[in-house]
Design a protein around this ligand. Structure first.
Ligand SMILES: [Fe+2]
Ligand SMILES: [Fe+2]
Ligand SMILES: [Fe+2]
Length: 279
């Protein structure tokens, strides 16, 4: 029978790390265990395969429980402000896993594999990316979250309006990473957001007009990235009243650094290179 599931797709990537040795190691071990379970089909005897698979799944589910406990303990030690919500998410995941473990005897080996794969791919990894990684953001000081340095002349593209806007986004980046006293934080966030929104409006509009003018070959993809950036900003904005303001400050700074500045340095530069080539 042809297999739909590819165990090799369950690969751990360093970008999933939350920068806590213990938590990261446990995430990796869980991935390896799931992969091991999905590789069982290479054995010869069908009966052994299913016994082995069930046994790995049971230990996997035990390990997930231990991992969640350890992660929750870690969140406590760093005073993670979203701990209550995060614990609820863990409980929901454990419920899904428990249902799977309890139904093991009613399922065929294909069904078990499918459900295990689904759990890891759709639930566990999504949880790590959407939730556990925020613990990492919270645990780091603001200045460490920053990857893009200060503005320098290497960023000059030679296209005046792009250069002007690149300089502007670096100014907003400096603002976002400026350390302020706790009682000034809300004010700072407001200022950064206002600057960011007016920047994006102006930048995207002007740049899209420019791409049209020069008949830029990757215009469609580029416009899509602009859309995605706006969507991420809007999604973050929804959290403004729910999240602790220090966490929000860090998330905002990270979004500007990772998505917006990176976009200017990589994608916008491509537009400039295209224009120069066409000249
Ligand atoms: Fe986790
Ligand atoms: Fe978690
Ligand atoms: Fe752009």
């Amino acid at each position: 029978m042809k297999r739909k599931i590819d165990p090799d797709s369950l690969v751990w990537k360093s970008e999933y790390n939350i920068q806590n040795y213990k938590v990261d190691l446990e995430h990796q071990s869980l991935f390896s265990l799931a992969k091991k379970a999905l590789l069982i089909r290479t054995m010869d005897n069908d009966k052994n395969e299913i016994i082995e698979l069930k046994s790995i799944l049971r230990s996997l589910s035990e390990y997930v429980k231990v991992h969640f406990k350890n992660e929750e303990q870690y969140m406590e030690t760093i005073n993670y402000p979203e701990i209550i919500r995060h614990k609820k998410l863990h409980s929901a995941l454990l419920k899904i896993l428990d249902t799977l473990v309890h139904s093991l005897n009613d399922l065929t080996i294909d069904e078990i594999e499918e459900k295990l794969y689904e759990f890891f791919w759709n639930y566990f990894l999504t949880h790590i990316i959407d939730e556990d990684m925020i613990i990492g953001t919270w645990s780091r000081p603001l200045n460490i979250i920053r990857h893009n340095g200060k503005w320098n002349d290497n960023f000059i593209t030679g296209i005046p309006f792009i250069d002007k806007q690149n300089k502007k986004i670096f100014k907003i980046l400096d603002e976002a990473f400026e350390e302020v006293a706790e009682d000034e934080r809300d004010e700072k966030i407001k200022k950064v957001l206002t600057h960011l929104y007016s920047f994006m409006k102006e930048h995207f509009k002007k740049e899209e007009e420019f791409m049209q003018e020069i008949n830029y070959s990757e215009m469609k993809e580029h416009k899509q990235i602009h859309q995605n950036i706006i969507q991420s900003c809007n999604e973050l904005l929804k959290e403004i009243n729910q999240t602790n303001s220090e966490l929000f400050e860090k998330k905002l700074a990270q979004l500007i650094d990772e998505h917006i500045v990176n976009h200017m340095l990589v994608e916008d530069k491509k537009v400039a290179i295209f224009q120069k080539r066409e000249e």
